[in-house]
Design a protein around this ligand. Structure first.
Ligand SMILES: [Mn+2]
Length: 319
């Protein structure tokens, strides 16, 4: 059966999920982000019989067309959707009714769910890939991750996961690097032994130390939000650094995207924030002509550049 996987290109969770599908079933794969998801779904090669989508969700504005695309596909091929982005009970029912195999749990990362789903088809050492995903997606306190971590050397796993995460932040725009990374992980290569990876991670560490000084100078505070514009690909890292540099519960970093006039905003919160960040930003971004979503304390949105401050002001009002 010819397998094809589409997974998230932007973080270790998505890449580790793709690597596990690759290790379990082989076939082809594509890496994309939220913006590219719809067009990638239209570009699934002919002849594929087994399609697996990992770690990519949509916001409510695009959910209808997303669900329809999956439903159309599942009429002719097997479709499995593994994800942990928030889905309402109605959304889950709608997906399941269309014949899609839905593997979903908001408390796990996609890597852990992918590992559990393909467990019997994977070599035993693949479980460490699930752990890298959980650590870098902040879900290593979940039942699946805790159980796996008990059988590993914690420092070694944290080291390898961190190397991966920093290297992905450093070379995230380099699709060839990401594809090679997935193929090497699928062969169960350890991250430190993948060529170019440690160098990219060290370079990123240097960049982050520089950025942590920069956010102190350039970060501004509005109410409970520290915010800053950046040219860094990894806006999530900058949002996190803003939390470290300011005594507020939410960091927001934004970057102008390739296509002019749009901004990508990353949000990171401390546990003091009690609203579900992903849900809140999804609703707000939609009203300002954009879209967004994510998890409880890590989320993001795409919005027209001129509306960034409006969106942050409204979000601040909800904190
Ligand atoms: Mn994820």
């Amino acid at each position: 059966m010819k397998t094809y996987c589409i997974s998230h290109s932007k973080d270790v969770d998505g890449l580790a999920s793709a690597a596990m599908v690759q290790a379990a079933r082989g076939g082809g794969f594509a890496l994309t982000d939220y913006d590219g998801l719809m067009s990638e779904l239209d570009a699934i090669p002919d002849g594929v019989e087994d399609f697996i989508l990992c770690d990519l969700g949509t916001d409510p504005t695009r959910f209808g067309s997303f669900a329809r695309k999956l439903a159309t596909l599942s009429r002719r091929i097997s479709v499995t959707y593994v994800d942990h982005h928030y889905l309402s009970p109605q959304a889950k029912t709608m997906i399941r009714k269309s014949g899609v195999k839905l593997v979903h749990n908001s408390n796990e990362c996609s890597g852990s769910l992918t590992f559990r789903f393909f467990r019997k088809e994977l070599p035993p050492e693949a479980k460490v890939l699930a752990l890298y995903a959980a650590i870098t997606d902040y879900t290593d306190g979940s039942p699946i991750a805790v159980e796996i971590m008990e059988r590993y050397d914690r420092q070694l796993v944290l080291f390898e996961a961190t190397l991966l995460s920093l290297a992905v932040a450093n070379r995230g725009k380099d699709r060839e690097f990401l594809r090679t990374l997935v193929s090497e992980l699928a062969l169960m290569k350890n991250p430190h032994a993948i060529s170019d990876l440690p160098r990219a991670a060290l370079e990123q560490a240097e960049i982050l130390h520089g950025l942590s000084k920069l956010v102190m100078k350039e970060g501004k505070v509005m109410g409970k939000i520290a915010y800053m514009e950046t040219d860094q690909h990894s806006t999530g890292s900058v949002a996190k650094l803003l939390l470290g540099a300011n005594d507020v519960p939410l960091g927001a970093a934004f970057r102008t995207k390739g296509r002019g006039g749009w901004c990508e905003v990353s949000l990171r919160a401390t546990s003091a924030v009690k609203v579900h960040l992903g849900k809140a930003i999804g609703e707000i971004a939609e009203r300002y002509g954009g879209n967004g979503g994510g998890h409880t304390v890590a989320a993001g949105c795409s919005i027209p550049k001129g509306r960034v401050m409006d969106v942050l002001e409204e979000l601040n009002g909800r904190l």
